[in-house]
Write a protein that binds this ligand. Structure first.
Ligand code: ADE
Ligand code: ZN
Length: 330
């Protein structure tokens, strides 16, 4: 079996961040918006560093202005992910971008996304669930509103609450209230940390937000005691190596710490983050990991079992996805 056809589970994926540049250009053109500054001459997204990435991400997202736009985006993204062998995808959904955190508007956007996910599942077999996400650099007040949107719509489709954005802004404890609301609503919790912040950022996030999973978390490797703690506590890292390399966190695949973290007993999973921004796909991630660390199908099957255990979906969905991970009878 090739790595392309291997069934895959992806836990760290931003819906807007997966928008194909062609789709964004098309929507901008239809609305008469000039967003040419976010593309290079080949039509790919262009940015020099992480903060510029966050900026052009928000410009690209600004063309998505209705539930129908999000339905189109969701269908396109899920079709592409299914073609990569993804059988289960948890995607970050942002009330900030979907109706400006207004609860009624959020329900309309969410309905459109969920309906598109149902259609994509029927057509391509891929199962999607949503993690409602606040944006750290928008501040704690907006995070609380996003958490309210999450709590009010928690259920079979909305299964988690998370935080993305600029890790350099604010402290994890500023967002504790939002995460407490989400925990009370029985949502699974994750937050980006240890991407641009060092080990202290991961420690604070675990202590103050009490998340089960950390988005990225790779810079924990700089603190051996923290690595031991992550391994002992079974904290799951949503690792996105291609994203880290594209953003300049590590110079190349050989330098990426995912294999070292895994060897130390940390539960690592593999995701794309924002695939077209980083010129990646799930199959590319697997291929680069196989090249850099000699990982084979058995390693990827083991990673996917870790990911399935860490998924925020209900037990029935987990059992259904487990069947898709089983090797096909020959
Ligand atoms: N939003 C989208 N991608 C992100 C990343 N890699 N880090 C923080 N926020 C993000
Ligand atoms: Zn991310």
């Amino acid at each position: 079996m090739s790595l392309a056809s291997l069934p895959k589970i992806e836990l760290h994926h931003h819906l807007e961040g997966a928008a194909p540049p062609e789709l964004v250009r098309d929507m901008a053109r239809a609305r008469g918006l000039d967003i040419s500054r976010i593309f290079d001459r080949h039509g790919a997204y262009v940015f020099a560093d992480f903060l510029q990435f966050l900026d052009i991400y928000e410009v690209a997202t600004s063309v998505l202005r209705s539930p129908e736009d999000y339905a189109r985006l969701t269908l396109s993204v899920l079709e592409g992910a299914a073609a990569e062998g993804v059988v289960y995808l948890e995607s970050f959904l942002s009330p900030d971008f979907c109706g400006g955190r207004d609860l009624a508007a959020w329900r309309d956007y969410l309905h459109a996304i969920e309906e598109a996910a149902v259609r994509a599942e029927a057509a391509h077999g891929i199962v999607m669930r949503g993690i409602v996400t606040c944006i750290r650099h928008f501040g704690p007040d907006k995070a609380r509103e996003a958490a309210l949107c999450a709590a009010e719509t928690a259920g079979a489709f909305v299964v988690g609450f998370g935080m993305a954005g600029d890790e350099g802004r604010g402290r994890p404890r500023d967002f504790a209230y939002a995460f407490d609301m989400a925990r009370e609503a029985k949502l699974g919790l994750t937050a980006h940390a240890g991407e641009w912040g060092g080990p202290a950022s991961v420690r604070e996030t675990l202590a103050d937000l009490r998340v089960a999973r950390i988005g990225h978390g790779v810079r924990a490797v700089e603190d051996p005691a923290l690595v031991d703690r992550l391994a002992e506590a079974g904290v799951v890292l949503e690792v996105c190596p291609g994203s880290n390399i594209a953003l300049g966190l590590y110079p190349d695949w050989a330098a990426h710490p995912i294999a070292r973290l895994r060897a130390r007993g940390v539960k690592v999973t593999v995701s794309t983050d924002d695939p077209p921004f980083f010129h990646t796909t799930m199959t590319r991630e697997y291929e680069r990991l196989a090249d850099a660390f000699g990982w084979d199908e058995g390693d990827f099957a083991a990673l996917n079992r870790v990911a399935l255990d860490a998924a925020f979906c209900d037990a029935d969905t987990r059992a259904e996805i487990a069947k898709k991970l089983e090797p096909a009878d020959v």
